[in-house]
Unconditional design. Sequence first.
Length: 300
Amino acid sequence: MNIVICGGTGLIGSSLVDSLVKDKHHIYILTRNPQNKKKIDNITYIKWLGSDDTPEQHLENIDVIINLAGETINSRWTTDQKQRILNSRITATRNCISLIERLKKKPAVFLNASAVGFYGTSLSSIFTEEQDEAGTDFLATVVEEWEQEAKKVELLGVRTVFLRFGVILAKDGGALSKMILPYKLFAGGTIGSGQQWLSWIHIEDAVNLIKFAIENGEISGPLNITAPHPMRMKEFGKTLGAIIHKPHWLPTPSFALKLLLGEMSVLVLEGQNVVPKKAIDHGFQFKYPNLNEALKSLNL
């Protein structure tokens, strides 16, 4: 297949590109600076987002378009930064829609990044894709607007999937590298109450689930990219400490994180129990459904 990816150099994008290339697909990565990219077989870098860019001239018979672009949320949420987080996602999605409109042959499917933040936070609720009402906090509002923008692609007759990512577990980069640091310094322990849920997924399963969504024409709308067994933060920390042979003993109180991180502290102090019901119902087989095996496989 011919697959276009916007945001193909991040944690998820780079792993996805590697996997798709191994499967012999041809990947077109949309980037601002294609001249700075190393040439690799089966990967073509195409310039876009400049005023005179016409990437559609280089894109014929495209089967899939994947949008993974967006400003990082791992920064202090000032008023300006919150606006950048929202605007970057809406703008990237609109640019992808504009590109699809200009393509003579439309792709079969458009996959747009999203997040489990759609559901808001809860200590007791279990969320599946059947939950159609968004939460009320900042992240939920961002995701709701993001998905509403992406939904416009359906009007072009293109199957559309919202990839609602949980916390991606990978050896290098992402949230895990930040979570593991205190343990390596012998300062790991329960964060906040420890009762908050962490909906996680191994990077390999995340990539395979995206590929599964591409290949399965019955999947559309929201798709939870999470493992089937979320963990409460306290148990997650204990498991992580045991895997890397470091103590889980020094708690981090909620008020300290709120002082340090501001509103962004919601990412670690609150959470949601998200189950990948649609993936399970369609027969997707997780390689790492349990946290212990997932962490061990990363050779931390």
